[in-house]
Design a binder for this molecule. Sequence first.
Ligand code: NAG
Ligand code: NAG
Ligand code: NAG
Ligand code: NAG
Ligand code: NAG
Ligand code: NAG
Ligand code: NAG
Ligand code: NAG
Ligand code: NAG
Ligand code: NAG
Ligand code: NAG
Length: 548
Amino acid sequence: MSLLIKPLPCLLLPIIFILFSSTLHSTSHGAPSADLHSQTNHIPGAVDESENGVVGWGVRRSVLENSSTLAAQRTRRKDPLNNFNYYTGGWNISNKHYFASVGFTGITFFLIAAIWFVGFGLCLLLLCCCFCCCRREPYGYSRAAYALSVILLLLFTVAAVIGCIVLYTGQGQFHSTTSETLDYVVRQANTTVANLENVSDYLAAAKSIGIDQVSLPTDVQNNIGNVDNEISSAATTLQSETKNNKKNIEDVLDTVGLALIIIAAVMLLLALLGFLFSILGLQFLVYVLVIIGWILIAGTFILAGVFLVVNNMVGDTCAAMDQWVQNPTAHTALDDILPCVDNATAQATLSQSQEVTYQLVGIMNGVIANVSNANVPPIAPQPLYFNQSGPLVPFLCNPFNTDLSNRTCAAGELDFENATQVWQNYVCQVSSNNTCTTVGRLTPAMYSQMINAANVSYGLYHYGPFLVGLLDCRLVRETFTAITQEHCPDLKRYSMWVYIGLAMVSAAVMLSLIFWVIYARERRHRKYTKLVNAQHGDHDDSFGEKRP
Ligand SMILES: *[C@@H]1O[C@H](CO)[C@@H](O)[C@H](O)[C@H]1NC(C)=O
Ligand SMILES: *[C@@H]1O[C@H](CO)[C@@H](O)[C@H](O)[C@H]1NC(C)=O
Ligand SMILES: *[C@@H]1O[C@H](CO)[C@@H](O)[C@H](O)[C@H]1NC(C)=O
Ligand SMILES: *[C@@H]1O[C@H](CO)[C@@H](O)[C@H](O)[C@H]1NC(C)=O
Ligand SMILES: *[C@@H]1O[C@H](CO)[C@@H](O)[C@H](O)[C@H]1NC(C)=O
Ligand SMILES: *[C@@H]1O[C@H](CO)[C@@H](O)[C@H](O)[C@H]1NC(C)=O
Ligand SMILES: *[C@@H]1O[C@H](CO)[C@@H](O)[C@H](O)[C@H]1NC(C)=O
Ligand SMILES: *[C@@H]1O[C@H](CO)[C@@H](O)[C@H](O)[C@H]1NC(C)=O
Ligand SMILES: *[C@@H]1O[C@H](CO)[C@@H](O)[C@H](O)[C@H]1NC(C)=O
Ligand SMILES: *[C@@H]1O[C@H](CO)[C@@H](O)[C@H](O)[C@H]1NC(C)=O
Ligand SMILES: *[C@@H]1O[C@H](CO)[C@@H](O)[C@H](O)[C@H]1NC(C)=O
């Protein structure tokens, strides 16, 4: 091993170590290793994986800037936990007042459900009593009332059918948009995992730079190994969390979708059967349906309220994500959940990684220029002379200039992709004392060191921006931007369809149910009047009866 090359790894590794230890430091507070971090010191109250969707971050941001509220206007609502004062904390899923105030938006439907349940229950009771105890002679039949009740009954049944259609369509669209959004997030997570795994591979390569020639300081090796382990275990955690959360969320979505389909079908059946039975005058069945409908309607009103709340929360979250993307410097509730480092730190890390790439390539090219390609006389000591001969080894293209601006490769320079193959052609065979016995300018040992170093430089060059993007949440911002632009409008629209559908169905079935009872009564009165008239032989035309 030449003396000149020997110090190469020793020179590089401290630089790499400095970079990686700073990266290690930042990543240990950053996204990739969030789960590791939360395993080692579980902060009570820190947001858990399940609470914020697919990815568990779980670490708090250390840099505190100005606090500001997200979606403050949208979330300004009455807060029942705080004497119905307006809630001003903005979108903040760690705040119970937020949930109370957004939950309170469904109050209209919850109240209607309660009033209906109690009020109609009392009516039913009263009706029952009247029916059983104080059996009055039914009188007061009027053709107009009868006709009106038929028309309204028909109208409300049609409205119920339309409501069912809206509900069914809305749930279908809601289900497919939520699935699409979920898939998008999972794809992003999958890409991140794939990148992290690749980074981890490159780090493993970095650890083995010159490993058989020079013994690396063990602490440097350990440090690289630690970063590597952390990154690969973060990747594993991210992957398994993604898989679990995806499955759980899909199960919930499927269940909700199925429940909504069943509700739509049952309400449709109820409305149609009720209509049919009351037209046919099957009183007993009508009353059975009335009891069933009474309970179902209370349930669907509550569901409508729940979906109104969901619709509001979807809107809040979309607005919050949008604002967060647009105001990267403000400290918001999302920054409590997402562990982003500030821009300056991220930029510093990025330029450090570029610096290391620049240095590594520079050192390799220095070795090529001053050792491999040098035609030193055989009297020179072994580090410089190892009987190198033949065509000159091409240089590796340095992607950066001294000031770390982008550099365009000169003609004949190799890029990272083909350096490994091309340099292979310049390797000579060596004797036992590491001297070339055939034409060539690189000994196998030199070659393996060079490609390792090239590999590490490439890894840093290629994945540096990705790692920095994880650190400063650029990737998260991109994901949020795509979600707010492509998925939010549909999510908001279709969750609205679902609650409007539910409200329509509930109201229409509620009214038609009332008219089943009214119509049944009118029908009874009509029959009775007819009977009385027949007994008296009284053909009053005002009753409009034409007997068969
Ligand atoms: C923080 O808030 C103060 C006063 O509200 C303001 O003067 C200052 O510019 C803000 N800083 C940032 C970084 O937004
Ligand atoms: C994400 O990765 C998992 C496993 O690697 C795979 O099963 C799944 O299909 C991928 N999902 C997407 C949306 O690419
Ligand atoms: C990871 O590396 C493999 C092989 O080097 C490559 O095919 C793949 O595209 C890389 N993945 C990403 C996300 O860069
Ligand atoms: C460079 O690193 C990648 C990822 O670990 C590996 O697949 C590849 O074989 C390495 N190339 C060389 C020449 O070591
Ligand atoms: C969110 O709510 C929690 C709990 O009330 C609070 O500690 C935190 O400061 C809030 N975050 C913001 C950004 O207002
Ligand atoms: C971060 O800083 C760089 C330059 O220092 C600037 O170009 C970039 O726009 C900044 N990004 C954000 C999100 O502030
Ligand atoms: C070769 O070595 C000389 C003297 O050590 C140095 O000045 C020069 O920069 C080296 N060449 C390269 C390409 O590094
Ligand atoms: C440098 O090159 C990279 C990759 O090709 C590119 O993403 C980046 O924008 C370039 N930077 C400048 C300042 O041109
Ligand atoms: C290596 O790749 C670079 C850039 O693609 C190209 O300019 C160069 O000719 C390639 N060298 C060889 C020997 O293929
Ligand atoms: C290395 O070995 C060769 C023969 O295999 C010999 O000619 C040469 O002088 C030796 N060089 C050194 C530096 O020992
Ligand atoms: C030096 O290399 C040449 C081929 O370029 C070879 O013929 C010769 O035997 C080598 N000398 C020694 C001492 O190995």
